[in-house]
Write a protein that binds this ligand. Structure first.
Ligand code: NDP
Length: 505
């Protein structure tokens, strides 16, 4: 059984408790490795190491930080295949997705911030006051010290490195915790950091649970900033601890994203993209559109075509290159998603396709989800996966915009479709939720695209596309989707403190 280890002060170490807990492979339901059950003692060691490493790392020239981080990029790219296999096994996502998206993006995160750190400039202001006073103000941006980075399970290495890369590049040292549900690639990254020659203590990775390790990071007096991605409820808890300690906070939280489709859109492109934006990564991407609003003239056509395309998705063993939809990350999350499908039915929704757990034993081609539903024949053709946590891609119609199914985050392969008649009406529906992370608008009418984009309560709007990312752009949500922005220079600035120096000439 593979044992995961913490990475503290440049070394791989066992947790202070000596205890471990099980790590499951979601596609099989089997335990395949053990995770350190770390606690505040491990976090204290990690914070001490990070504090001790800070003076040297923060004064290391950006060019040298660049060289070390680029060595790490080369190692991630060298190990792309084993990292992708590990990500798929740990999370349940199709290995093809990990190969194409997750691991390349982890390398890109380090590459982007290694480079960006060399371009971070300080501002200066020349001041002319009364009585011929003349001064120069310059504003230093200094790395703020030890940063805490806490990430979720849906895009494990991708989101872990999205926080760590700007923190380290800015000259901070880090205590980080990946999700206990998907710790494997963070463990592999710690070995690559050693190989790349990252100085001891610059990055420390402590594995374990949120209540023990996460909250110890958030409450540690020497950790000056917390960069967190995860659920809104956890974000609230973190803010309650961190605010009275006056820590800097960046919180990337939940979403319930609208997908607004007008009749004048490029239909074929919209259809193909909407299948992806609904079910990529089993719908477990914070940016997936889960509420699909379709202008009435094309509603029936969309419904038929969408359900047909969704029914053709191949659900199956994540290791199979042909798989479109893999396993749900954990038994607990699998049950939560199924409970929301039950809720959708209780609230009066009609399941147009999917709607059930699927195992090698229970589903056969031709099975019908509901009377009148399209026979999808979703099944997992793998003996290996017969105890895995799989859920059919599910499309629901007939629900009002304000019911719980349409207001609460499900974070799985479940979408609702709803017709609308006017722009104002659909804006009201789209903005009716507590969240405001991302939105997608499909129209060929340029004025309408700009008008709607300006009025959507959302940190990110994609027009005629989805998940088209430029790492220089601000990334984050409004309302209960969080505070702060990641990406670009914004993330580097987060990990610095500004100091203004005024020199009278
Ligand atoms: P959680 O909030 O449950 O967990 C996120 C991380 O926080 C995990 O590492 C978790 O530890 C840790 N954690 C849990 N409790 C605490 C605590 N009290 N103090 C400190 N840390 C804690 O989220 P999930 O992992 O379930 O991720 C899914 C959520 O993440 C969804 O709501 C999704 O929308 C959101 N998300 C948002 C994104 C964005 O950019 N806005 C991107 C991706 C996801 P552990 O799980 O190991 O116990």
């Amino acid at each position: 059984m593979q044992m995961i280890e913490n990475y503290i002060d440049g070394e791989l170490v066992v947790p202070a408790s000596g205890e471990y807990f099980d790590n499951f492979e979601p596609a099989t339901g089997d335990v395949y490795s053990l995770i350190p059950d770390s606690d505040d003692r491990d976090v204290n060691l990690a914070a001490d190491a990070a504090k001790a490493a800070f003076p040297a790392w923060s004064s290391t020239p950006p060019e040298e930080r660049f060289a070390i981080l680029m060595r790490l990029v080369a190692l991630i790219e060298r190990d792309l295949e084993p990292l992708a296999q590990a990500e798929s096994k740990d999370n349940g996502k199709p290995v093809s997705l990990a190969r194409m998206v997750d691991i390349p993006r982890a390398a890109a995160n380090f590459r982007f911030y290694a480079t960006a750190a060399m371009h971070l400039a300080n501002e200066s202001h020349e001041t002319f006051g009364a009585n011929s006073v003349h001064a120069i103000n310059y504003t230093l941006r200094q790395p703020l010290g030890v940063a805490g980075c806490i990430s979720p399970w849906n895009l494990p290495l991708y989101l872990f490195t999205w926080k760590i890369a700007p923190a380290i590049a800015a000259g901070c040292t880090v205590v980080a915790k990946p999700s206990e549900v998907t710790p494997m690639t963070a463990f592999m990254l710690s070995k690559l950091c050693i190989e790349a020659g990252l100085p001891a203590g610059v990055l420390n990775i402590v594995h374990g649970t949120g209540p023990k390790v996460g909250s110890a990071i958030v409450g540690h007096k020497d950790i000056k900033a917390i960069s967190f991605t995860g659920g809104t409820k956890t974000g609230e808890e973190i803010a309650r601890t961190a605010a009275p300690m006056f820590k800097k906070l960046s919180l990337e939280l939940g979403g319930k994203n609208p997908n607004i489709i007008f009749a004048d859109c490029n239909y074929e492109e919209m259809l193909a993209t909407t299948v992806r934006s609904s079910f990529s990564n089993q719908g477990e991407i914070c940016l997936c559109g889960s509420r699909i609003f379709v202008e009435r003239p094309i509603y029936e056509m969309f419904k038929t075509d969408f359900v047909e395309r969704v029914s053709a998705l191949k659900i199956g063993d994540p290791t199979d290159a042909a798989t479109d939809v893999g396993a749900i990350v954990s038994k607990q999350h699998f049950e939560k998603i199924l409970s929301y499908i039950d809720l959708a039915k209780e609230e009066g929704g009609t399941i147009l396709c999917g709607g059930k757990a699927v195992t090698a034993e229970t589903q056969r081609p031709g099975d019908e989800s509901e009377p009148g539903a399209i026979a999808t024949g979703f099944r997992v053709d793998s003996e290996r996966c017969k105890k895995g946590h799989f859920i059919e891609p599910t499309v629901v119609e007939g629900l009002p915009h304000d019911c719980r199914t349409n207001q609460e985050e499900i974070f799985g392969p479940v979408v609702t479709i709803m017709p609308f008649d006017t722009e104002d009406e659909v804006l009201g529906y789209a903005n009716s939720v507590r969240y405001g992370l991302a939105a997608t608008v499909w129209t060929e009418n340029l004025s309408r695209a700009h008008r709607i984009s300006a009025k959507l309560e959302s940190g990110i709007v994609w027009v005629n596309c989805w998940m088209l990312r430029d790492l220089r752009t601000p990334f984050g949500g409004v309302k209960d989707s969080g505070i702060g922005r990641e990406g670009g220079f914004e993330a580097l600035r987060f990990f610095t403190e500004e100091k203004n120096v005024c020199v009278k000439l």
